[in-house]
Design a protein around this ligand. Sequence first.
Ligand SMILES: [Fe+2]
Length: 175
Amino acid sequence: MSSKNKQPKPTQKYGTVRSNVPIALGSTAREASAAHLNQILADTMTLRDLYKKHHWQVSGPAFYQLHLLFDKHYEEQSELVDTIAERVQLLGGVAIAMAADVAEATGVPRPPKDREDPTVQIARLLEAHDIIIAEARRYAKEASEAGDEGTNDMLISDVVRTNELQVWFLNEHVL
Ligand SMILES: [Fe+2]
């Protein structure tokens, strides 16, 4: 920024949707879907980063296996982040993007900076998945009721299925 305090005028305010998006879906439905997707986006970005934290900080007898698994899930969550963010834009909305804004918006609890035992790492990841899966199912149903079947399909086919599969791989470490 050239001046310290004055921001340039935005081309679109966060939380609004463009009026002229010819996808046969009213602005009320698009605005609701964009808001829900931004919540899922903030939570998915947080889970993505939680995977990288645990990829780096993991320890113990299963170090190598968990190190690789956490990074695989990180990559899959990164792909989801892009899919969700671009759907917010496609609907005429504004995708949440920066870490500080994501931290304010997410419902996923903040972990400590400290290094933790793998059982605690896995418990944190499972909790985050549970939060995302629950809200994705709820938002998918609401999107369908509002006529936004594209959002419904993305939430179920991409978000719910990816998260469910990752939960399986994590949860089999827990006896
Ligand atoms: Fe790495």
